[in-house]
Design a protein around this ligand. Structure first.
Ligand code: GLU
Length: 382
């Protein structure tokens, strides 16, 4: 039997699908349990966000092979806010390269609030996921182009990554105006960075801030944000065609900062307890990447004191209690007894194919002698 990469991927895809149902069952159960949670408060420092309906709640999961599961308010659009920051960083990296970008943005957790006026020892933003860093990323994107072209570039690039319809990304002008009219802190941050001469030469601060606020005011549903996370989970490749949507090195750099700094002042606890790259936004969204498995997006506006959606954090905490999703748990054997997203049985099927590929008759015979390996199993298209 000849085994190539696609075949191996199909085997893993199939093995994931085997406990896909169990996984979706957990998501429904968790959604039902969390629906009655009434803790937290919606963000109000951008006045328009204070009008959000605190009862909205939706969870979307998109596997790296394209299966989808949605529950709750998953067709309601919300402002992406900080969830756009990983994209802004990716676009800056893609265009300018990591060496150049590193001259303008650090990669350390800040240990400060997301809108803090503190900078690292070189006067640079600590990382691209706090406001200063995201404003800096914005300044690096198509800086020679006209304002409309720059916005279009951000919008189109995101749409291409998620293979979305023409209306998959909207724009909330009221939130944009509301944020622009109450932006003293972001304005202060930007002028401090200008004073420190850390912006690229020729940066127009007002245009950069507008573009940053416009990017944060883009709207999406959990379905699409989960799809964005799924493309990241799929090594940056399109879920259906396998075409590259995000360069490998750009994706690696982005996932690293999401892992260390994506969840505001909870980032250290999150990477220890939950252990997957994620990004949170003040509209009440968290999207997370489980590499080689799926992308998940949870939307529920009430926030905890760190600025993360209360229901989203509880959902991921429970998910990590039940399934082995922590990126280190997935390779440290014997660390836990949780459900792996590839079950033992499926690993045997993968071993079986590997033995065929290697012509290892002894191994093959041994696997086939075990009762629970069915060589005739097949996926949905046989
Ligand atoms: N546009 C918001 C700000 O700059 C984004 C905040 C967030 O979601 O963390 O404050």
């Amino acid at each position: 039997m000849f085994i190539n990469q696609d075949c191996i991927k199909a085997i893993y895809c199939f093995s994931k699908m085997n406990n896909w149902k169990q996984f979706c069952g957990f998501i429904k159960e968790s959604y039902d349990n969390l629906k009655s949670c009434d803790e937290g408060n919606v963000a109000s420092y951008i006045p328009k966000l204070a009008t959000a309906d605190p009862n909205l709640f939706g969870i979307s999961v998109v596997s790296y092979t394209g299966e989808e599961y949605h529950i709750g308010d998953t067709s309601t659009s919300f402002c992406v806010q900080s969830c756009v920051k990983p994209l802004l960083y990716m676009l800056a990296l893609e265009e300018k390269g990591s060496e150049y970008v590193a001259k303008h943005i650090g990669r350390e957790p800040s240990g400060q609030r997301f809108n803090s006026l503190m900078f690292n020892s070189e006067n640079l933003p600590y990382n691209p996921l706090i406001n200063a860093g995201a404003i800096m990323s914005t300044s690096l994107i198509k800086s020679e182009e006209k304002r409309d072209m720059r916005y279009d570039h951000i919008h189109k690039s995101w749409r291409t990554i998620i293979s979305g319809d023409s209306d998959c990304i909207g724009f909330d002008n009221s939130v944009f105006l509301s944020e622009k009219d109450s932006a003293s802190r972001n304005i202060a941050l930007s002028y401090l960075m200008e004073e420190n001469s850390v912006f690229p030469n020729g940066t127009n601060i007002e245009n950069t801030l507008d573009l940053y606020f416009q990017s944060c005011s883009m709207t999406m549903t959990t379905k699409y944000l989960a799809r964005f996370a799924a493309v990241m989970a799929n090594s940056g490749l399109d879920l259906h065609t396998g075409e590259r949507r995000i360069s490998a090195s750009v994706l690696k750099d982005t996932l690293c900062v999401m892992y260390s700094s994506g969840m505001y002042d909870y980032s250290g606890r999150w990477s220890t307890d939950i252990g997957i790259p994620a990004k949170s936004g003040v509209a009440g969204t968290v999207f997370a990447v489980i590499p080689n498995v799926c992308g998940i997006c949870v939307f529920s506006p009430p926030l905890d004191e760190m600025g993360n959606s209360v229901r989203a954090v509880r959902f991921f905490t429970e998910l990590s209690r039940r399934f082995s999703i922590h990126i280190f748990e997935t390779f440290i054997q014997g660390l836990d007894k949780k459900v792996r997203l590839t079950s033992v049985h499926d690993e045997k099927v993968a071993d079986l194919y590997k033995a065929c590929k290697e012509g290892d008759v002894v191994k093959l015979t041994s696997i086939l002698s075990e009762d629970d390996v069915d060589v005739n199993v097949s996926d949905y298209d046989g």
